[in-house]
Each structure stands twice: as structure tokens, then as C-alpha cells.
Design a protein around this ligand. Sequence first.
Ligand code: CTP
Ligand code: MG
Length: 381
Amino acid sequence: MVKSSTKIRVIIPAAGSGERLGGDLPKQYLPLGGKPVLTHVLEKFKDYPITVAISPDHEDLYRQASNDFDNTQFIAGGNTRKQSIYNALQSFSNLNSNDLILIHDAARPFVRADEIEAVIAKAAETGAATLASPLSATLFDSKTGETVDRSDKWAIQTPQVFRADWLLEAHKRFKDDDSFTDDSGLIRALGHEVALVRSGRHNFKITTMQDYDMAQTLINAQSRTITTMGYDIHAFAEGGDHVTLGGIKIPHSKGMNAHSDGDVILHALTDSILGAIGAGDIGTHFPPSDDQWKNADSAIFVKHALDLLQKHGGDLIHIDINLQCQAPKIAPHRDAMIENLSKLTGLSPSSIGLKATTLEGLGALGREEGIAAYVMTTIKS
Ligand code: CTP
Ligand code: MG
């Protein structure tokens, strides 16, 4: 049991340059499933105050990665991981000796919530604990030419959790010793045991390009693809000389009877996107009773829905539109509409389907009383 008076502070060392991976960016800022690796890590520690050690050269990248969190602060890291953690420790005020410090690598995005809880609970009991994974490969020592017994061998991972006073003392005592590769080694050198809490190989640290490829494969396998739909219809109004469809003004003998610009495509698209995240419909966000949306440019609605989708970790990957429209003729404006939709959504034109059908004169739409749009979206989350 973790006492309710125990304070837990999280340190994320993220000041490395990722030399072994050799990417365009340090690995903690590389994209993984649409967001930086570091963002995945921050999401795992939402309940705790987090101090991230970063390289001052990467402050912009850090700000982008931590934009959605109000429980994070950053400090300048040092030349080694150990130094980065020491700098973070130095930045803490009011540390109590029974506070717990949790350290987790910025490049380990796959740690699970139950494992975080388990390692914290163990450290609350013993003073020091780390996640670790039992080795499963046959180990061969090329120096001795012998197979090494693997039965007692563990790969040490993070999170590692320690009593604050032990960790501070260890860092002070071994300040000039660069032989330590992690904090569990430091604590052991101080004479304390570090309990091992079993994890698995899923909690690997992205170190090489091969690890990054594997991380991407895992994230893709975890992601869902969903399809959603939206529908909208508007009647023509007497007067007016154009209708707006897909954000493009199309000359017509009648206008649209609508509160906003009456763009059925953008309205149906907005509803379709909102459907992906259970966020109600366009009227929930932009009530027709609210005068500020009178004659509004419907692009605002789509942008708002896309913002919400992004906050939920969703990614729009395809739009398919069916327009029911006896008149005006759509074909001459199709390219302009697709180009505009592409700008608005960030999708390439080849990911936007736009078909229009007349109603063969049947029903209200066939009698040219209005226009309707069905929009289906494909979304990855
Ligand atoms: N780290 C840090 N400060 C350093 C070096 C490393 O905060 N001076 C962080 C890294 O950003 C990473 C964690 O410590 O989150 C583990 O280190 P490692 O995997 O070695 O990352 P890098 O040092 O960035 O990679 P490389 O050794 O390949 O350059
Ligand atoms: Mg390193």
C-alpha cells in the first residue's frame, strides 16, 4: 500500500541525442502513431508531477510534445543520463525523505499502467524497486567461449522508484563516477537492495533504428480504424445567386436556406468526424440559436471537429462524399472543391472522394427544392 501522505515525483530523463538510433531528431521526439515518443510517455504519468530533463537545444520540440499537459515542467539536462537526473533532483524544493522519486526513460513508451502501480507499491514497501524482464535468450560470452547460465539474469528497465533521501545520497556520493548506467546501480552501490518487479519485453527502450521500426509496428497494430457517417440537407431559398458546397461558391439561381453558409458537405463532414469520438453533433457545438454562427463560414465547424479528434488521438485518413443534387451541376467545380477540402483537412486529394448524383426528378430533392450530402470518414485512432 502506498501511504496517502507519500508524495511521488516523476523524473523523465530526455536530454539525450539518440546517437545509436541516428534519426533526424533525438528518438524521444520522433513520431510514433501521430505523436512524439515523449508524448506517449507523458500520457502514462498523468497523475503525477513530472520534471523532464531536456537539452536546451530542443526546447521547441519539448514544448510541442508536452503541449497538452499541465503537470509537466522542464529543466536543463546534463551531458550524461546520470547528470540529467541529478539536475532534476537539484531542482526539487521541499523534498521529504519518505517522498518517492520515479524515474522513467523518455524512450520507453510501452510501459503499462498496472506495471507503474506495481513498481511504486513495491518501492513504497522496500524503499527501492525497478521493473525488470527475465532474460529468455541463450547467453554466449565470446570472451570465454562459454554459454552463460541465464537463470538469474534480468534486463533492468524503468520505471525505477526510490526513496528520495537514498537517491539524493547516492547521486551525491557517486557524483564523479561515470560507470553507472542507471539509478538502481547507484542505490545498490550505496548498500540497499533494489526489488525487481517483473515486466516483459514490451517495455523495451527505443535505442536503435530497428527498435524504432518495432515500436511503429506495435503502435500500428494497436490502432483502430473506424468509419463514421454524417448527413445534412438544406432547402433552397428564393433570392441569392450561389450555393456553397465544400467551401466553394457555385453560381446558382437560388441560395440556401440556412443559418450559416448552408454548406451541406462541410456540415455532414463535421458530424461524421464528431461521430468518431462520441462528441455529439454540429448543433451541440454550434447551436443554431446562437447568433454568432449566423452566415458563418462552415470551415470553422470542420476545424473545430478536427481539433477535438486530434485531442482524442484520432487521425482522419479518408473522406467519401455523396451529394444528392439535381442542380446546379457539380462536375465543373469538383476539382476546386476537392482542392479546398484537401487544404481544410490536410488530406491529399486522392484521399477525398466526391460524387454527385441527380435524383432523376424524384422527390423533393429531384424537384430542385434543396441539396443533401452523405459523408463517410475513415479515422485511425
Ligand atoms: N538521457 C538524458 N541525458 C543525457 C543522456 C541521456 O536525459 N545526457 C536520457 C535519454 O534522453 C533517454 C534516457 O536517458 O530518455 C536513456 O538513455 P539512452 O537510451 O542512452 O538515450 P540517448 O543517450 O539519447 O541515446 P544514445 O546513447 O544512443 O545517444
Ligand atoms: Mg545514451
